[in-house]
Design a protein. Structure first.
Length: 247
């Protein structure tokens, strides 16, 4: 049985204890035991981090003193290895948390479903057991097999689509339609942000009113007409897929 070290940071003790018990049962379903510690404030957790490594922190957003978003940003700057999962009823603040690059989000009001969807991905990421997903993209004259984890975004220019990958300087060109690609890639965490762009959820760092910023610093336009849908899908993927579904 695998072992992961887990922190739960929530200022309400009863909620933290309930989360700890529920998470333990869910992890056990995937042959994983968790060693859990609970903290009532971000400051208390920060002090403990000086003494012990944690694989994952389940972090509330609204807390007295340093809130979960401010702490998450600082934690990410100092520790790239820890996975941050926000557990909160404050869905209105989810998009403030992008800078912390969280693994995902669990809504307190939908805890069982969200955590059951996300935790297998979290375990796979931590234990290196994720299977590489290959997708065949077809056109009228050719076919390419792509690794979903390496695809950042697709851009449509006139009659062609250009596939941009990690660690490749030049895109791959294929003649298809964005409608077909949106339907095919959507199940793997890709979002149609504009008539000319489809982007991998895990590669998005920030969503503004008229653009998105990718993890690598590039910016792409967002259709104002699709902005609400883009944000909703980002939240959906954050709750159900986890960042490493495509990363």
């Amino acid at each position: 049985m695998k072992l992961l070290t887990v922190a739960i940071c929530d200022d309400e003790k009863n909620i933290a204890m309930t989360l700890a018990g529920a998470l333990e049962k869910i992890f056990e379903q995937y042959d994983t035991r968790i060693e859990t510690e609970m903290f009532s404030s971000a400051d208390a957790f920060a002090r403990r981090l000086r003494e012990k490594h944690f694989d994952t922190v389940f972090l509330d957003i609204d807390m007295p003193g340093t809130d979960g978003i401010s702490f998450g940003k600082k934690l990410r700057e100092e520790n790239e290895d820890i996975d941050i999962v926000y557990v909160s009823g404050r869905e209105d603040r989810v998009f403030e948390a992008f800078a912390a690059h969280p693994f995902g989000f669990i809504r307190k009001g939908n805890f069982l479903q969200d955590s059951t969807d996300l935790i297998p991905q979290l375990i796979a990421s931590r234990t290196g057991e994720k299977n590489e997903t290959l997708v065949d993209i077809r056109s009228n004259t050719s076919i390419i097999s792509i690794k979903v984890s390496e695809l950042i975004y697709v851009e449509s220019i006139k009659d062609y689509q250009y596939f941009y990958f990690e660690n490749k300087t030049e895109p791959i060109r294929l003649r298809s339609t964005m409608e077909k690609l949106e339907a095919q890639l959507g199940q793997y965490g890709f979002i149609r942000i504009h008539k000319g762009y489809i982007v991998g959820y895990a590669h998005i760092r920030r969503i503004d009113d008229d653009s998105i910023t990718l993890v690598d610093g590039r910016t792409l336009p967002v259709s104002r007409r699709k902005l609400t849908e883009v944000r909703a899908k980002y939240l959906e993927f954050g709750s159900s897929l986890g960042k490493n579904m495509i990363r």
